[in-house]
Design a protein around this ligand. Structure first.
Ligand code: GDP
Length: 481
């Protein structure tokens, strides 16, 4: 127990069970190979088939990535409007959108879709992804070059005529019986899969529509959702997904640790904080407080809810104003890491464990790295801290998270932990129960389609198979269990 160096573990699992390869320059991205020193070895082993597919993907990306001959050729075709088709390389471009937690979950989903469809994943240069994440693929880049010819990509939105949903609405593909030569396949299409998407956009999740999308060399995707659960409901991908993830509830755990390595500047924030405030404790508990209210808080009902949760579930020791008499020589210590936009909750908790003693004699420290007051999506240091805090939460031994928050989902997935989730309060009152342990460490898909592609009518997609269920914190959401 206790912090690094966990040298025996570290040398064993530096490559995270084979998810990572040893081909990167270590100094350019210290977190890639150092993370194993800060985390317990995951009990979840990636399947040999997933490892094989990742290596195959890396080869594809190297062959088709920016700057390669094949990439230049297809970009020239895009420029001249003379798309000839049947390219060896097909692409999906991810447009940066929404808060950092949402972006991480969408990127992981898009990467899984790339694996399933043999596309190369490129990320647009809007936003600060390059400042936050190291390049995940060896000897190439996942950043879409700045001189990419279709530069209105980032302005695509729900109403854009280039969106798949609007093209369907406008009958652009009418009569597209298989191989119908009269239908002109466009070189690119925009996929609007954000929370506000419409019924036509949702047909993305139908096998038949995937047959058509397969023919389009460039897909451009905007989403703020973890859409993986719905991919698991598509017969087309069923077998492949089962081979990739025999243990279905580990999708984000593996893909997240494969893809998202903090850049050196973020890693500095993570390491310094961990070593200063968390490493020496016998046990680490993460508490993530996310409040979806207009006013900044702190709110008494949120603090009361947290206390109700930790007391009922015995996650933190009770307190007493009495001084313990028979104190033993060895004192166990617990470091609580609180992340929140507001400092009020951790201040109250810290005071509680200062003014009182823990009934079990433990010494409790409570720390919070930042309190940024409000969400600011475009500031560099703000986003670095947000990413560092998600990562720090993922280095704890147990987690308490907030309903509806992708920030918490990222932490639990990277950690490989099933958190206790604080239900969303209604009318500013403490929900009963205050929290519950989640069924799996997978994130929740907040805006899934409820459509049966075969029967062409609505269906409860949370009741079709035992491994895709409604989420604990959002009754209409879907998650893998
Ligand atoms: P979600 O809104 O909870 O699903 O999470 P997102 O990460 O998508 O968006 C919330 C954004 O608010 C984050 O990206 C941060 O910019 C900010 N934020 C929310 N909670 C915290 C926190 O505990 N710490 C920090 N540093 N930022 C936070």
């Amino acid at each position: 127990e206790g912090g690094p160096p966990k040298s025996s573990n570290a040398s064993k699992d530096k490559l995270l069970g084979g998810l990572l390869i040893d081909e990167f320059d270590e100094s350019s991205c210290l977190s890639r190979y150092q993370s194993a020193m800060f985390r317990k070895v995951s009990p979840h082993i990636p399947s040999p088939y997933l490892l094989k597919r990742l290596r195959r993907y890396e080869a594809l990306h190297k062959k088709c990535g920016p700057g390669t001959e094949l990439y230049n050729k297809i970009v020239d075709q895009l420029k001249s409007g003379q798309y000839v088709g049947n390219a060896e390389c097909n692409y999906i471009v991810y447009i940066s959108y929404s808060g950092l937690g949402n972006r991480i979950l969408t990127l992981a989903s898009t990467f899984l879709y790339s694996l399933l469809t043999d596309r190369v994943l490129l990320v647009d240069h809007g936003g600060d992804l390059a400042d936050l994440f190291c390049e995940p693929f060896p000897e190439t880049s996942w950043l879409l070059p700045l001189d990419f010819p279709v530069n209105q990509f980032s302005s695509f939105e729900k109403e854009s005529p280039e969106s798949y949903g609007n093209m369907l609405k406008n009958n652009v593909f009418a009569n597209s019986g298989d191989g119908d030569p009269k239908v002109k396949i466009p070189p690119y299409i925009y996929l609007h899969l954000a929370h506000d998407y419409g019924d036509h956009d949702k047909l993305f999740f139908c096998d038949e529509d995937q047959l058509l999308l397969q023919k389009i060399p460039w897909l451009v995707l905007r989403s703020d959702n973890y859409f993986v659960p719905s991919l698991f409901l598509m017969p087309e991908y069923e077998e492949e997904l089962h081979r990739l993830f025999p243990q279905r509830d580990t999708v984000f755990h593996h893909l997240g640790r494969y893809l998202f390595h903090p850049t050196n500047s973020v890693w500095g924030l993570v390491k310094r904080y961990y070593l200063a405030y968390m490493a020496k404790a016998d046990e680490r508990v993460g508490i993530q407080i996310r409040v979806f209210e207009m006013e900044p808080g702190p709110f008494q009902h949120v603090f009361d809810q947290l206390l109700a949760c930790v007391q009922k579930e015995k996650l933190l020791p009770d307190v007493t104003p009495e001084e313990p008499v028979n104190q033993t020589a060895y004192i166990r210590s617990k470091a609580i890491l609180v992340t929140s936009l507001n400092s009020g909750y951790s201040e109250k908790l810290r005071n509680m464990y200062w003014e009182n003693s823990a009934t079990n004699g433990e010494i409790i420290s409570v720390n919070q790295p930042s309190n940024e007051e409000s969400q600011q999506t475009q500031k560099q240091m703000h986003n670095r801290k947000a990413w560092a805090e998600m990562y720090l939460l993922s280095l704890t031994d147990s987690l308490i998270t907030s309903a509806w928050s992708t920030f918490g989902y990222v932490a639990q997935g990277l950690a490989g932990l099933k958190p206790w989730i604080l239900f969303k309060p209604e009318n500013r009152t403490v929900p009963d129960p205050a929290c519950r342990r989640v069924m799996s460490m997978e994130p929740c898909f907040h805006a899934p389609p409820f459509y049966d592609c075969k029967a062409k009518r609505g269906v409860d997609t949370g009741a079709l198979v035992p491994y895709v269920r409604h989420c604990e914190d959002m009754s209409w959401g879907l998650k893998l269990v």
